[in-house]
Design a protein around this ligand. Structure first.
Ligand SMILES: NC(=O)c1ccc[n+]([C@@H]2O[C@H](COP(=O)([O-])OP(=O)(O)OC[C@H]3O[C@@H](n4cnc5c(N)ncnc54)[C@H](O)[C@@H]3O)[C@@H](O)[C@H]2O)c1
Length: 366
């Protein structure tokens, strides 16, 4: 559709949807929030009542039968592939929460399904919706020469959440955290839950895929990884090191930062504040600062941007291909940590010829 007001539904009415996607859409003139879907009907019903959403259903088929233009999927990680496949195959645009999926094969499958169906597939990498991110992407591509190295950290306070998952805590109301979504059998762990944000940003900004990875993880006695560190070799040139820990509570401080170092300059991005610094070879230094309500508004941006994307009013700041490359990297990273070996990351498949979509550069030989 071009123009008009897209009819959007939200699948999964837990913590993230209740606090971000649902209120964001309900208070946005550019979208009509038509339905909520969750097998936990009471949870979806009370959220719908709170935001005047007309329909509540408990399964995706019933939701798709209502004919939405787009669906926002915010469910446990291991459900993403199945739910998104069904929506894409029905010709419905999808905003899918991160991580897109938990394997290279399933992520590539979603990319191809979206391209074949000719519908938008956007990923909920919140930081990519910041105006700073688009400027950083341009600076990395245009101002710093060839990419040499990426140094990046995504530290957060997730360890207590993972520990509560293993203790069997579930959370009460929709707006509470539900630790079981982050348990080992639901695709939890620091890499799929947090490092994915960092890899998504790095691969979208650089338009690179990771060719090879060597990693260590520490589970700190839990079933899921809590600390991750990896050395990367990018296809097309450049190396990188990424770290992520769930131990950045009050005492240690959260940090989400990336340094992109090129042959002719450097870009430093602070993903928390949305401030970035661009140093060019000619000695100039430019600072990118976020608009006044950033980063508080950022978590509400993906759902609204998704409506604008469907209506043809905006572009997609978190497209599926770099997100699928991030999923592939993370699967290989976890394999490397498990096997103590360098692991080659499977390349993304080329776009299907029949879509008429612009050809995406393939990675070629390592
Ligand atoms: N972008 C971000 O910064 C960010 C932050 C937090 C969470 N998330 C992502 O949002 C997603 C949801 O996380 P959450 O913390 O809200 O989890 P949650 O457990 O609070 O909510 C998930 C909901 O999905 C529902 N659900 C499960 N299977 C379903 C199905 N087949 N169909 C419909 N609904 C189903 C559950 O009943 C639950 O209500 C995850 O992918 C998570 O990584 C993103």
């Amino acid at each position: 559709m071009t123009g008009g007001t897209p009819r959007i539904a939200v699948v999964g009415t837990g913590w993230w949807s209740a606090n971000h996607h649902v209120p964001s859409l309900a208070q946005y003139d550019g979208a009509e929030l038509v339905a909520l879907c969750d097998p936990q009907r009471d949870r979806a019903r009370s959220l719908a009542d709170q935001h005047d959403v007309p329909q509540v259903v408990t399964d995706l088929d019933a939701l798709l039968a209502l004919g939405p233009d787009g669906v926002v999927i915010a469910t446990p990680h291991v459900t993403h592939h199945e739910l998104a496949s069904r929506a894409l195959d029905a010709g419905v645009h999808v905003l899918l929460e991160k991580p897109m999926t938990t394997s290279a094969a399933t992520a590539a499958d979603l990319v191809l399904r979206a391209e074949r169906a000719g519908v938008h597939l956007a990923i909920g990498y919140t930081d990519q919706y910041s105006p700073t991110a688009a400027l950083v992407r341009r600076a990395v591509r245009e101002d710093i020469g060839d990419l040499v190295q990426v140094m990046a950290e995504f530290s957060s306070a997730t360890e207590p959440l993972f520990a509560r998952a293993e203790a069997g805590e579930h959370g009460d109301s929709a707006a509470d955290q539900h630790p079981d979504t982050y348990a080992a059998d639901a695709g939890g762990g620091q890499a799929h839950t947090q490092l994915t944000h960092l890899m998504g940003m790095v691969l979208w900004v650089t338009d690179r895929e990771v060719a090879e990875v060597a990693a260590f993880t520490d589970h700190r006695g839990l079933d899921v990884d809590v600390d991750d560190v990896a050395a990367l070799r990018f296809a097309g040139g450049g190396t990188g090191v990424v770290t992520s820990t769930g131990m950045a509570g009050d005492a240690n401080g959260v940090r989400h930062s990336v340094r992109f170092l090129g042959t002719r300059g450097t870009v430093d991005l602070d993903m928390v504040t949305g401030i970035a610094r661009v140093r060019r070879g000619d000695g100039t230094v430019a600072t990118i600062t976020p608009p006044p309500h950033e980063p508080d508004d950022r978590t509400w941006a993906p759902a609204r941007r998704f409506a604008d994307l469907i209506a043809g009013r905006a572009d997609n700041p978190a497209p599926a291909r770099p997100a699928a490359a991030a999923a592939a990297c993370i699967e290989s990273l976890l394999e490397s940590a498990r096997t103590r070996a360098f692991v080659r990351v499977p390349p993304l498949p080329p776009a299907p010829a029949t879509t008429g979509a612009p050809a995406h550069p393939t990675r070629g030989d390592l």
